[in-house]
Design a protein around this ligand. Structure first.
Ligand code: SF4
Length: 334
């Protein structure tokens, strides 16, 4: 593959990063079989079966309007996730394993070849926390940009994180000024955030704010703040005021996402009027704010809905000793 121009500002740390990336340059890109797919209108969620009988989930999302159209692919970086966000389906799987470079990049190959999707944008917002698998995510980013087969511009690559500050700083060390960063924030203060997102007990909002402020943005660029609205939990106007205060002085753009219902998870979606009022409060406080149009909800491909909980149950059953007929016990415990 051709080498991309990387501008690591010469630091020892960045050189180490590059070595990690170059060691992975020759990893084969997987083209795994499609095991399942679900469609809702023009949105396609597809699953690929891995060599060890797990599933990788990805979502093709057609975007645009007024004569301009492109496809965004939401890719997974792990099978499952260890981060335990209380509103998220993937969290219920736990972490089964990290995806390899080839498995991450292979999702784009499958979207292009199997679905003829001509992917233009890639967002790391599928299963998993990308900062927990940076040794594979960073080389995957480089290959998506550099390989002739993909040629996805850095400005069209976005990494989303639950807010792991050391990971944000590690990624920032690469000095990729046009790489997109999205923060899954979802709360206006530490009290609420720690309740719904365990990461906040180690990486507080103050630490996160500092890490965001250090992110290398190009002129006019923004860090995307993702905010899943949970009725009665984080969707009140006072929360919007606190959120605006937290973001004051940062170059951010808020993306409001009314929670996508998941069977077995006990939250509710705010109604449209509450969502609009929340958005207005943020905008009046000077915050650039959008509401994400929900895509793929019935296909379980919308935000926070990826993940196959049955896979976790199957793995748990496999680990149980078969003497004493304990398969039923495993099912009951899961
Ligand atoms: S929201 Fe993201 S980080 Fe949190 S559990 Fe789900 S996949 Fe993991």
């Amino acid at each position: 593959m051709g080498r991309a121009a990387v501008s690591p500002k010469g630091s020892f740390f960045a050189t180490m990063q590059l070595n990690v990336i170059r060691q992975s340059e020759d990893a084969p890109i997987e083209y795994l079989p499609i095991s399942r797919e679900h469609r809702e209108n023009d949105t396609i969620k597809f699953c690929q079966r891995t060599h060890d009988d797990l599933e990788i989930e990805s979502v093709i999302i057609p975007m645009g309007g007024k004569g301009v159209h492109w496809n965004t692919l939401c890719v997974s970086s792990q099978v499952g996730c260890a981060r335990g966000c209380t509103f998220c389906q993937t969290a219920r799987m736990g972490l089964l394993r990290n995806l390899t470079v080839g498995e991450i990049v292979g999702q784009v190959r499958a979207a292009n070849r199997h679905y003829g999707a001509a992917i233009r944008n890639v967002v790391f917002m599928g299963m998993g926390e990308p900062m927990d698998n940076l040794d594979n995510v960073m080389p995957a980013l480089l290959r998506l940009e550099a390989e002739k087969e993909f040629r996805i511009a850095r400005k069209r690559l976005t990494v989303s994180t639950v807010g792991r500050c050391d990971g944000i700083r590690r990624l920032a060390q690469l000095g990729w000024r046009t790489l997109g960063l999205a923060i899954s924030l979802n709360a206006p203060n530490d009290e609420i955030r720690s309740r719904i997102m365990p990461i906040n007990r180690t990486d507080s909002m103050a630490d996160l704010r500092q890490a965001i402020s250090e992110w290398p943005l190009r002129g006019g660029g923004h860090v995307l703040i993702e905010y899943v609205l949970l009725r009665g939990v984080n969707d009140q106007l006072d929360h919007a005021k606190q959120l605006a205060e937290f973001l004051r002085g940062l170059r951010t753009c808020v993306n409001l996402i009314p929670w996508n219902p998941i069977v077995g998870i006990d939250f509710e979606t705010p109604d449209d009027s509450q969502t609009k009022a929340f958005q207005l409060e943020l905008m009046n406080a000077g915050q650039l704010t959008f509401q994400r149009r929900t895509r793929g909800r019935s296909a379980l491909g919308a935000c926070g809905q990826l993940g196959n909980v049955d896979l976790r149950r199957t793995r748990q059953r496999e680990r149980q000793p078969t003497i004493m007929g304990s398969n039923e016990t495993a099912e009951a415990e899961s």
